[in-house]
Design a protein around this ligand. Structure first.
Ligand code: ZN
Length: 442
């Protein structure tokens, strides 16, 4: 039994309760009680006590869209005559070249680095979307091994695409199938979903196969949806209203699927997503960086769609994504009061709800019975932290760099900034070595 106490506890339960001088008691993989430290100490004298000395204790963050394989792109020379001119140019000059070169070791170290960074920035659950067309078969196992080594929770998928040929797309679909079947027994730390790149790189034939596999395995899909205008133009050329409409006609929208981005949704498409109980995942930094536009977050939330928040490989820090989500909506709507509430809802209500469809223990909340996934944040506040302003503190004062300790399933992965589960210095050194090798092959 373990107790983190003498902290300011942000529960992010239904009432978003803040407990001053609070603590959390953990038994095994679960939280058994949350309350005032003094009372908890009295009730559980046998618990090993961790004094957080006034720091913030809150649930670990959930990232609902990530690309662990993107790690080695950081600072890389694209070796192109001209820099990318638009979104499709970025895909062709960078991502679709990079995914063909990744080998087993590249996949492993890319994933391990990003996962380790997740521990350091307070992300405890990650929904990953993987591509490595030079090494398809077994690639999800390599990532799963890295996930297991770090102790985090992850849902993995391989992005099926015709972009390197129909045969490769089929192999990619097989990789999803193989991995999901292998995971048949529910693992509270690891899950699998059918990954699809995007409508505009998926032909009719493969979409038909995806729909039947999804039906057969009763597994939702994870797909980039109307991220750039090229995706919409492709669907419209094929006679559909837009991307969501095309995928709907192919029965791709199984309940709980993850539709990523939704920047260019067409008339009636929010409604299709809502009817099929699809989660829309917003990635504000990525959308701004790729200059694809702004997703209609306010409208989607107004239609009661479950809109979650991810990072799209742009960063591993969910606090950064929260911050930018707020700013982007204020800017886009030309209204200073728009954005905060939406960012809160995406990060702390909807990501939690989405994770519940994929993982058996309750995640993203500090309450009895929930998974013991929590972080301690070294946030020294100049002002009081109360139930009605807790999110304001996160928005204006917290970033991943302040995360001091990370606990998943009751296991301490990092304590006082020291990673406990892995030799992080050795991994950084190995990553650098592997990245140099990879860059030479790019
Ligand atoms: Zn993505």
């Amino acid at each position: 039994m373990l107790m983190f106490g003498n902290g300011t506890v942000l529960t992010f339960d239904q009432n978003s309760t803040v407990i001053e001088d609070g603590g959390v008691v953990i038994e095994g993989e679960e939280i058994i009680e949350v309350g005032k430290t003094a009372k908890l100490k009295e009730k559980y004298p046998q618990a090993e006590f961790k004094n957080v000395k006034g720091k913030v204790i809150m649930p670990g963050m959930i990232n609902t869209h990530m690309h662990l394989y993107s790690t080695f792109a950081r600072g890389m020379d694209l070796k192109a005559d001209t820099p990318p001119q638009d979104f499709v140019d970025i895909l062709e000059k960078l991502w679709w070249r990079l995914d063909q070169i990744l080998n087993e070791k590249d996949i492993y170290y890319s994933a391990l680095f990003a996962l380790l960074d997740g521990i350091k920035k307070g992300t405890t659950t990650i929904f990953d979307h993987h591509a490595s067309y030079g090494q398809i078969d077994g690639s999800l196992d390599i990532i799963a091994d890295a996930v297991k080594e770090t102790g985090l929770r992850a849902n993995l998928s391989y992005e099926v695409s015709d972009r390197h040929g129909v045969e490769e797309a089929e192999k990619a679909l097989d990789e999803n199938e193989r991995f999901i079947k292998k995971l048949a027994r529910k693992d509270p730390y690891l899950g699998g979903t059918i990954g699809l790149h995007a409508s505009f790189t998926l032909g009719d034939k493969i979409l038909g196969k995806v729909a039947s596999l999804s039906e057969q395995l009763q597994t939702p899909v994870h797909i980039h949806t109307a991220e750039g205008w090229a995706d919409v133009a492709d669907s419209q050329q094929k006679g559909f209203t837009g991307v969501v409409d095309r995928l709907n006609k192919y029965n791709i929208w199984r309940k709980d699927s993850l539709a990523i981005h939704g920047v260019h949704l067409q008339e009636g498409e929010l409604d299709i997503l809502k009817r099929n109980q699809i989660n829309l995942i917003h990635n504000p930094e990525s959308n701004m960086g790729n200059a694809v536009g702004t997703a209609p977050i306010k409208e989607a939330l107004a239609q009661k769609l479950t809109v979650g928040l991810g990072t799209d490989g742009y960063t591993t820090d969910m606090f950064e994504s929260i911050n930018v989500a707020n700013l982007l909506q204020s800017h886009e709507q030309s209204h200073p009061s728009v954005g905060g509430e939406e960012a809160f809802q995406m990060a702390f209500i909807n990501n939690q709800k989405i994770a519940q469809n994929y993982f058996s223990p309750q995640l993203g909340v500090l309450e009895p019975g929930a998974a013991a996934d929590l972080i301690v944040v070294d946030y020294q506040s100049p002002t009081p932290i109360k139930t009605d302003n807790a999110f304001g503190h996160i928005l204006m004062g917290v970033n991943g760099g302040l995360v001091d300790s990370t606990i998943v399933g009751g296991r301490i992965l990092m304590e006082n900034r020291e990673v406990k589960v892995l030799d992080d210095e050795r991994i950084y050194w190995k990553c650098q070595e592997q990245a140099r090798d990879f860059w030479q092959r790019f």
